[in-house]
Design a protein around this ligand. Structure first.
Ligand code: BEZ
Length: 212
């Protein structure tokens, strides 16, 4: 069954480099980023896992747990981690799921046979503390992901969950945001005391509501 935004993220049990986990229990009250890799000992994935390890503090500041998935075994993942440390200068400091029978890959629709019959594509799922899927991305195997973009989307979602705002094109944390069109000017006056600039009645820009 295809997954959609707003669906409950399928729950599963898995063996990982940090022991057996029950996915929903492991997420707890945090957000989660679940991302798949076609296979161990592949060049693009090696750079990605190094980068996610480097971003540990960025994820922690946003209360986000990262978890990778690759179809190889835990022993293979652990051997690969040595290469990641050697070439990227960081060791994976988050769990990597071993999914040799593609049980979780199939649950999350990570197998795209027209692209590759054997290995997973490169996916990202962002899951909120209510275990709802909030973002899905699918990349071809030959393109590495941009984890700065993933952090940017998390910043946007965490802000838009707190305030009646949306974030414009290429927005990054600290920039002006859009007051959602469903809010009348009278309601906006109450919620956004700093005021706004109306480029159109439906396009009202206001300073970041989480800044003092
Ligand atoms: C990689 O992760 O480096 C990769 C995987 C499959 C095909 C090409 C590259």
């Amino acid at each position: 069954m295809a997954l959609h935004l707003g669906d409950t993220a399928p729950d599963f049990e898995a063996v990982t480099t940090q022991g057996r986990i029950h996915f929903h229990e492991w997420i707890g009250d945090s957000w989660a980023v679940l991302f798949s890799h076609p296979k161990d000992f592949t060049p693009v994935c090696t750079t990605e896992l190094g980068e996610v390890a480097r971003l540990r503090r960025e994820f922690a500041e946003r209360s986000v747990k990262a978890i990778g998935l690759s179809i190889d075994s835990v022993d293979s993942h652990k051997d690969w981690a040595k290469d990641i440390a050697e070439t990227q200068g960081t060791t994976p400091n988050f769990p990597i799921i071993a999914d040799p029978d593609r049980k979780i890959a199939k649950l999350y629709d990570m197998m795209h046979p027209a692209h590759d019959e054997v290995y997973t594509v490169r996916t990202v799922f962002i899951i909120d503390p209510n275990k709802k899927i909030r973002l899905m991305l699918t990349y071809p195997q030959t393109t590495g992901r941009n984890f700065a973009e993933i952090l940017r989307v998390i910043d946007s979602m965490q802000l838009t969950d707190r305030f009646s705002v949306a974030t414009p094109v290429n927005w990054t944390h600290g920039q002006d945001v859009i007051i959602v069109p469903s809010l009348s000017d009278a309601e906006a006056k109450q919620k956004f005391p700093k005021g706004w600039k109306a480029l159109k009645p439906y396009l009202r820009l206001t300073p970041p509501p989480d800044a003092s």
